[in-house]
Design a protein around this ligand. Structure first.
Ligand SMILES: *Cc1c(COP(=O)(O)O)cnc(C)c1O
Length: 448
């Protein structure tokens, strides 16, 4: 990637379609010596000749991509060409007959991805909207909710619950482990009056790379014979880490489009159990209310304008997942996660997750030695190798970076990703042992 500071007066504005015969300005003098990527001396790309989609204007800087950008943050993830193409179809009448067929097809196709035969509600919303939907449909003001502190995302969900007037009981955590099922059991046992209305778990804590053991949390609720609902955030685990809504007895599964599902941001999901449907709280939201949506869905429609083109994309993504088969999808993610951890250890660095039962299949958070700034590594990797890595969130800012290895991702995407990380660490002056990439490649080669 190159960032070239041309000044705003050189920027092209495209009004309507881009014309191929537009006048070209001379940029002589800018080709050599003013490229900020550090690769002075190589012939520079004439950024005015590349298609609009290949460069973006950030303030006065034009960023060019000479190959594919590596989007290795743990969401949004790389969107497959098949999905992009599917989404480029013309938008249709969302009240017409063609749309009804699309709705029916998509609602059927998405269920196996959640491991459910029950309803899945789809919102034009980010994951945060789907979090809110899970709470407002099932709970009443003043209800108690129990949530395990796994990291930044569990903390945000707890904050959202508190904003709705729910009483939030947090099981404190060190951001290096998942929810402790024994602690859930203890809290529920102590709640003889059954005031706790829901247990909230972030399945894959995206800020730490730790996957909580949801079946064990379910078993803890059952062992306590407690009627609380189980609400699970799978925003960064769905379609990448084994997950089973029905089998695990989850009441509401919260998901988003932009991570394992390989779609752009913009769709939020709630998979809903029979128990959750029957246990409606008195918090209200007209927008997120399941009832009108389920009623409309039954006829093939939505009560308000859905994100039509994202639904085309969802149909395609579900087809891709079905073709590969979910067990193979999960196994692929585990292999890549194992290879990534092998590389991290070979570099002499530490994986943030402390419990091997809870390693995330979709991302790895890497701890830097003290005195080194993870954001500096990310900056170098972006500027030199055109790859985005995840930043440390909340209290982990600067101390970890996160490698996303989820979604549309294969062995050689991982090889490229780890190569960029290794070079970036070295260029940023982080003391590492060489050879991490080689160790990962050996794993990929042998654990086919
Ligand atoms: C990304 C993410 C969210 C937030 O989703 P948005 O789409 O940004 O609102 C919530 N929880 C988890 C676990 C996530 O990974």
């Amino acid at each position: 990637m190159r960032k070239t500071h041309f000044g705003a007066e050189y920027g092209w504005r495209h009004i309507g379609r881009q014309c191929s015969d537009r006048p070209r300005r001379s940029i002589t003098g800018l080709h050599h010596g003013q490229i900020t990527s550090g690769r002075v001396g190589r012939p520079a790309v004439d950024v005015f000749r590349i298609p609009t989609s290949a460069h973006a204007t950030i303030g006065a800087a034009v960023v060019t991509h000479e190959g594919r950008h590596f989007l290795q943050i743990p969401g949004p993830t790389n969107v497959p060409d098949r999905v992009l193409r599917a989404m480029s179809a013309p938008t249709i009448d969302h009240r017409g007959p063609e749309f009804a067929a699309l709705t029916t097809e998509v609602l059927d196709a998405v269920k196996p991805v959640f491991g459910t035969t029950g309803p899945v509600v789809i919102y034009p919303a980010s994951g945060t909207g789907a979090w809110e939907a899970a709470l407002v449909n099932t709970l009443s003001p003043g209800d108690r909710v129990l949530i395990g502190e796994t990291g930044h995302f569990s903390t945000l969900w707890a904050g959202l619950a508190a904003k709705h007037g729910l009483r939030v009981d947090v099981i404190p955590g060190d951001w290096r482990r998942g929810v402790d099922p024994a602690a859930v059991r203890e809290r529920l046992d102590a709640d003889a009056g059954h005031e706790i209305a829901a247990v909230c778990v972030v399945h894959n804590e995206t800020s730490t790379g730790v996957t909580s053991r949801v079946p064990e949390v379910r078993a803890a609720i059952d062992a306590a014979a407690h009627p609380a609902l189980l609400l699970v955030d799978t925003i960064s685990s769905l379609a990448s880490i084994d997950y089973r809504h029905d089998e695990w007895g989850v009441d509401v599964t919260v998901a988003g489009s932009q991570k394992g599902l390989m779609l752009p941001p913009g769709l939020g999901f709630n998979a809903v159990s029979r128990k959750a449907l029957d246990h409606r709280g008195s918090l209200t939201s007209a927008y997120f209310d399941w009832d009108p949506i389920l009623e409309s869905n039954a006829r093939g429609f939505f009560p308000y304008t859905p994100a039509t083109n994202l639904l085309y994309g969802l149909r395609e993504a579900c087809a891709m997942l079905a073709e590969e088969g979910l067990p193979a999808v999960f196994a692929r993610h585990q292999r890549h996660a194992t290879a990534t951890r092998a590389a991290v250890r070979a570099w002499g660095l530490e994986v943030l997750c402390l419990d091997e039962r809870e390693y995330s299949g979709s991302l790895t958070a890497v701890l830097l030695p003290s005195g080194h700034n993870a954001d500096e590594v990310r900056r170098v990797v972006l500027e030199r190798f055109d790859m985005s890595l995840g930043s440390g969130l909340g209290k982990l800012a600067g101390t970890v970076f996160r490698i996303g290895h989820l979604g549309h991702f294969n062995d050689l995407s991982l090889a490229g990703t780890l190569s960029g990380v290794q070079m970036g660490l070295q260029l940023a002056g982080v003391p590492i042992k060489p050879g991490g990439v080689e160790v990962a490649l050996e794993h990929l080669r042998d654990a086919g």
